[in-house]
Design a protein around this ligand. Sequence first.
Ligand SMILES: Nc1ncnc2c1ncn2[C@@H]1O[C@H](COP(=O)(O)OP(=O)(O)OP(=O)(O)O)[C@@H](O)[C@H]1O
Ligand SMILES: [Mg+2]
Length: 192
Amino acid sequence: MSDPVATSERERRQSHALEIADVSKRFRVAGRQVQALSHVHLAVGEGEFVSIVGSSGCGKSTLLRLVLGLDTDYDGEIRVDGQRVERPGLDRSIVFQEHRLLPWLNVEANVAAALRQSGLAAAERGQLVRDHLHLVGLEQFAKAYPAQLSGGMAQRVAIARALVTKPRFLLLDEPFGALDALTRLRLQDELQ
Ligand SMILES: Nc1ncnc2c1ncn2[C@@H]1O[C@H](COP(=O)(O)OP(=O)(O)OP(=O)(O)O)[C@@H](O)[C@H]1O
Ligand SMILES: [Mg+2]
């Protein structure tokens, strides 16, 4: 018979796809210690949509960078399905406040860049890129370069790039913050 304590621990972990357990993060800035995160706990279940709200500098972007696996120098633990996050992976995507598209690549190549590590065949990758440009309404702009897009269009490319790997976790770091109010409302609806 299985150990009831171990079983309930397993169930608890399964119900929380993402766990942020007692995470603290310090930076050294100009010889001074900055406490960016202090004992953060957060558990996110499958299919949940969680918003992190707080004043400028309170550590929101820092926390997302840790979840993405870009920085592993912190105290505490971040787990996906009970496994410690050690590095970025195809299961986690992020959209930043600025689109961060590569200016020398056209729209379809920017989206395709996310699939480089996917191991998929070229034809499959091409289809996924087309599907996701269609999803964000930019199939007509596949050959355009980032400098030829509006701010909202560029953010939609960034969303397509984040979704094309079909990640389990989509991290959004104020992705519509730089857009005008009407475009922001429309993209919030589209994204949902
Ligand atoms: N790479 C870094 N090096 C040093 N300090 C950093 C670094 N990144 C963030 N910090 C510091 O960590 C703290 C949290 O920054 P963070 O960017 O996470 O805030 P935020 O909540 O995302 O703010 P905003 O709403 O303005 O985007 C700030 O005091 C910042 O100066
Ligand atoms: Mg931020």
